[in-house]
Design a protein around this ligand. Structure first.
Ligand code: 1HN
Length: 344
């Protein structure tokens, strides 16, 4: 039906009546839609030199008793006011600082969290009563609903990258938080295979861990080293996925995580996809080309690639470049919205 069968003023009055009575005329809403997914968010890099300085300043300004978590989130510059985004539409990324002697008390929430330890030694996290030591390069999980607290018994600052699906969970109106006044009952220091649920005590109460809680950098690098003479992935070079070995799937329901080697001299092909990605530089330096723009990166930098932005990675140095990354791919695919396009 043509909308100009009635005069414009009458039409405006009609639309006002529809709005007043809580109706949405679909034909006025579809103008913004097209064949491509869109976002107001933009690719962005947070350089470690700057972020670390601000993080250390936060250590002076904010006592952990006040903050509970001294977490400095990376907010995408394309975010609209009041929009609950993180580094991407679905993924939060942040640095967290814990100073010697501090404790971030136990809580649990519906968002799932991961940590990648950037620098420092002597910190630990307790996940559902299991203490996990945090060493540089470790990749740790706090799947949704798991109690977690952090502490630091060593010297000097410990800084890690936090990754969560909290913007996605917020958008689903499912962000729920429980706090605990007391610290968790800790089982004492446990060997890694125990923490990872590979070997369990066979008497008394059953093992609490249903999936690995920590992946060591040395293990991931050993696998990468084994694969480095192979062809590699055209878009990510020598890339391995951290897996849940019980399900064989991604590490968490909503988040997949990866470690990749971009070998010296490699230029990957460009592609884009409907999941968004956060990259963190573990070693070396190089650059990515994101939507035609060259972004130079080096150790400690964190880069957001929102959905459907074309990107490729380049290492023109003579040293290995190692990137950690995580994506919302499992969530996007579970919704039936997974889509990838390689560039020519
Ligand atoms: C959180 O609980 C932690 O427990 C870190 O360390 C970062 C970002 C958003 C929401 C919850 C933590 C977080 C977070």
């Amino acid at each position: 039906m043509s909308t100009d069968v009635i005069p414009a003023t009458d039409r405006d009055a009609f639309y006002a009546r529809l709005a007043a009575n809580h109706y949405s005329p679909l034909w006025t809403l579809m103008g913004g839609l097209g064949p491509e997914p869109t976002t107001t968010l933009v690719p962005h890099i947070w350089r470690y030199a700057e972020a670390r300085e601000l993080m250390v300043e936060a250590g002076d300004v904010v006592p952990l008793e006040d903050a509970l978590r001294r977490v400095l989130g990376f907010r995408n510059p394309g975010s609209l006011a009041h929009q609950r985004t993180g580094a991407t539409d679905t993924l939060w990324a942040a640095l967290q600082l814990v100073l010697p002697g501090e404790v971030a008390p136990a809580h649990r929430h519906t968002p799932s969290a991961l940590r990648f330890i950037v620098e420092g030694a002597g910190a630990y996290t307790v996940v559902n009563g299991q203490r996990v030591a945090m060493e540089e390069g470790d990749f740790l999980l706090t799947p949704n609903g798991h109690w977690h607290e952090h502490g630091h018994l060593g010297d000097g600052p410990v800084i890690w990258l936090d990754g969560l699906d909290s913007p996605l969970v917020s958008r689903l109106n499912q962000y729920v938080l429980d706090e605990e006044d007391d610290l968790q009952q800790v089982d004492a220091d446990l060997p890694a295979p125990f923490v990872n649920g590979m070997l369990a005590k066979h008497w008394g109460s059953p093992a609490k861990v249903a999936q690995p809680l920590v992946y060591k950098l040395a293990d991931a690098l050993e696998v990468i080293e084994h694969l480095r003479d192979g062809e590699g992935d055209p878009f990510d070079d020598i890339v391995v996925e951290y897996r849940n070995p019980i399900s064989g799937g991604s590490v968490m329901t909503t988040i997949a995580a990866f470690l990749q080697l971009v070998r010296p001299g490699v230029d990957t092909r460009a592609h884009r996809h409907t999941h968004s990605t956060v990259y963190h530089v573990v070693r070396g330096s190089g650059h990515s080309v994101i939507a035609g723009e060259r972004v130079e990166w080096t150790k400690g930098d964190t880069i957001a690639v929102p959905l459907w932005y074309e990107h490729s990675h380049h290492n023109h140095s003579s040293e290995d470049a190692i990137l950690f990354s995580y994506t919302d791919k499992p969530a996007v695919e579970a919704l039936g919205l997974g889509r990838t396009a390689a560039s020519a």
